[in-house]
Ligand binder design. Structure first.
Ligand code: GDP
Ligand code: IMO
Ligand code: MG
Length: 434
């Protein structure tokens, strides 16, 4: 066992939160490496439901350390609200949560700036979570961002904040997206936030390095999914961070030489929230049936998730980008009632057969999925906890995916609870996760 990255192989909401919660028991530290409170990971423990947005799902395991890496953008108000809610529910956060001093700070003005892309004539709306994530990352890449370490130095923070905000107000007024903000009031509020988070802040790259040298193991938790990655996803309908495995290194300061394996998480079908191309979207009754059985509504925004059939070329591609050692297939139980299950094995554009998704949104819009139809098992798999106990047709479905993807399926999830999980004996998954 070593240090393992677990991340989404589709467009997010694959069930990463549940999987990280289940297996974090076997690691000493869980580190999140990108994104912000656009993520929503729902975890059920008995009849208790937790929705994690910024804090790694590993926090739910007593005694484990949780790290928020430098690759994140942090809305301190949202973070503190999440900490308070967890502590009220009896989860020990303080003392176990470590926040990178290099992570970037998200301000209310970032949400205002989001209207540049989402609410202006002539711009195609991405359908973001409206949390200000993109504009905060823009400031980071534009080298004018304010980091947690800056927030903690009161005198220089004031000057830095005033300069950045003045620029935002000027741009927002020019573009007609300005909304009155109490800039001085927000600055005072952030200074108070700073004092509350100060005890949790450190150089988390050094903390991780020290811990690994002592023999401790780290699970890296991805948010979003590879097809939402800024470089490898369905650009521009993506988020603004590196959700793929490479992001785990840049987003925590842990070198690639320390990573032992990469695990992808995929639904037994596929969903997407927000705009953008989606070749296998089921706009008929099947999509509705998946949405209903899978409770496919956004954990952050409550939006209905768009639902469709498993897309093999898409996951084959994300397996290449991430180098998956093994795949976790979640929500198998959601397909229990279907008499026929479609799987996309390629695409067609006019007379042309394609084995890969093209790079532009315009081209993707022209592709038709090529489906193979598999028989459904029409038996409940809900809660099944051993591979042998799965119906034969469900095993055939998994075997079909495994062959077409060329990646082992080492773990299967059959319900939201911890014990509704199957680890295949002798798999790479078992070797990596212990
Ligand atoms: P994440 O963002 O990848 O962590 O996923 P979300 O939490 O946004 O969405 C996954 C949803 O599916 C959550 O409500 C989970 O409780 C639920 N879930 C996870 N695994 C399973 C499963 O195997 N079966 C069922 N029925 N629900 C699951
Ligand atoms: P988890 O971690 C699903 C989508 C948004 C939008 C696009 C950009 O729960 O899997 P953003 O606010 O990030 O600038 O929005 O990305 N998106 C997600 N979709 N799951 C998520 O997170 C998402 N985070 C962002 O819907 O299409
Ligand atoms: Mg989610």
């Amino acid at each position: 066992m070593g240090n393992v990255i677990i991340l989404g192989s589709q467009w997010g909401d694959e069930g990463k939160g549940k999987i990280v919660d289940v297996f974090s028991e076997r690691f000493d530290i869980v580190a999140r490496y990108q994104g912000g409170n656009n993520a929503g990971h729902t975890v059920f423990i008995g009849d208790r439901k937790f929705i994690l947005k910024l804090i790694p799902s590993g926090i739910l395991r007593p005694g484990k350390k949780a790290v928020i890496g430098n690759g994140l953008v942090i809305d301190p108000g949202a973070l503190l609200a999440e900490i308070d809610a967890l502590e009220q529910a009896g989860v020990a956060v303080k003392g176990n949560l470590f926040i990178s001093n290099r992570a970037h700070v998200l301000f209310p003005a970032h949400r205002m700036m989001e209207k540049m892309s989402e609410a202006r004539p002539g711009r195609v709306s991405i359908g973001t979570t409206s949390r200000g994530i993109g504009p905060c990352y823009e400031d980071k890449i534009g080298r004018r961002g304010i980091r947690i370490a800056d927030l903690l130095v009161r005198d220089s923070f004031r000057a830095q904040y005033d300069a950045v905000m003045e620029e935002k107000v000027t741009i927002a007024k020019a573009l007609g997206i300005y909304e009155p903000l109490d800039l001085a009031g927000i600055r005072d509020e952030y200074e108070k936030f700073a004092e509350r988070i100060r005890p949790m802040v450190c150089d988390t790259a050094l903390l991780l390095d020290r811990s690994m040298r002592e023999g401790k193991t780290v699970m890296f938790e991805g948010a979003q999914g590879t097809m939402l990655d800024i470089d490898h996803g369905t650009y521009p309908f993506v988020t603004s961070s590196s959700a793929s495995a490479g992001g785990a290194c840049t987003g925590t300061g842990v070198p690639p030489t320390r990573i032992s394996g990469v695990l992808g998480v995929s639904k037994a079908y596929i969903t997407r929230v927000g705009g953008g191309p989606f070749p296998t979207e089921a706009l008929d009754g099947a999509g509705e049936q998946i949405r209903k059985r899978g409770s496919e509504f956004g954990a952050v925004t409550g939006r209905p998730r768009r639902c469709g059939w498993f897309d093999v070329p898409l996951v084959r591609y994300t397996a290449v980008i991430n180098g998956f050692d093994s795949l976790v297939v979640t929500k198998l139980d959601v397909l229990d009632e279907f008499d026929r299950i479609q799987v996309c094995v390629g695409y067609r554009r006019g007379p042309q057969e394609l084995t890969e998704m093209p790079p532009t949104v315009a081209e993707i819009a022209q592709v038709e999925p090529v489906y193979e139809c598999l028989p459904g098992w029409q038996t409940s798999t809900f809660g099944v906890a051993s591979y042998d106990a799965l119906p034969a047709k469900a095993k055939d479905y998994l075997a079909f995916l495994e062959t077409r993807l060329g990646v082992e399926i080492g773990c299967i999830s059959t319900g939201p609870e911890r014990n509704q999980t199957i680890v295949r004996k002798g798999s790479r998954f078992e070797k990596l996760v212990g």
